[in-house]
Design a protein around this ligand. Sequence first.
Ligand code: ATR
Length: 273
Amino acid sequence: MTIDGHTKVAGIIGWPVEHSLSPAMHNAAFEALDLNWVYVAFPVAPEGVGEALTGLAAAGCAGLNVTIPHKQAVIPYCSSVSDAVEAIGAANTLIPDGDGGFRADNTDAAGFLRALDAAATIDLSRAQALVIGAGGAARAVAWALRSRGARLLVSNRTDTKAAALGPTVPFSASALDEACSSVDLVVNCTSLGLDGDEVPEDLPLDGLRSGQIVADIVYRPGGTPWLAAAAQRGAITVDGLGMLLHQGADSFTQWTGAEPPVEAMKHALRRAT
Ligand code: ATR
């Protein structure tokens, strides 16, 4: 790819952001469609979020992703927000509003549903789901599942945060194992399982059953130990790579107006991990 005077610049802000897989994914997408765009990672410290957004908008930045810890902090600096952002309270995609600012969207929610649809067949309007966690990712997943009519149970280390999302289950493996027996879908939205080779002791294990759908939004090459254990028990598993891929594909379309080259993006993610 040749960078010239016409090249459009998109990117991601986060702190830290060097580990992000999004540059590899989006640059592969631009290349696959021969678009004169480039995607870069911008490390932005928490105190610099407003200044960074004003500057990037003024310099004609053509699209942004937002990652930890800025997903909430960007909202006051945007000219408008989507219904998803309003409901979830977090944004991961900023689109130029044509008037010198950005509008905010949350594609994590739609990305989760697309990843789920790609991996399993489930009528969510008749399903009950157990969401573990109550941070930004859990709020996106809960909103997405509810938008399809699912009933939810929520469990979180900090119980008050879970209670804000729905009926709660105590945060212990035994209570979660019991809850698993009545749900069709279990989603881990905590960061548990990101490190280490053991299944985290707070996550349910014995309660998982064959045919149940088990999703982990944490992504690790080869899957998290918890997801591997669920697969061993015959569960249909959905890993975090699908959500990462599909939230990115949705952002890509909002910036470029083009159909996302999903296979090229998936391939780039696999290569980058
Ligand atoms: P994200 O935007 O990725 O969801 P977050 O908003 O920081 O990040 O939320 C992280 C989630 O993981 C929360 O549900 C958090 O629980 P608390 O609300 O009690 O903080 C959960 N989490 C993180 N580390 C955890 C741990 N060691 N044990 C249990 N839950 C943990």
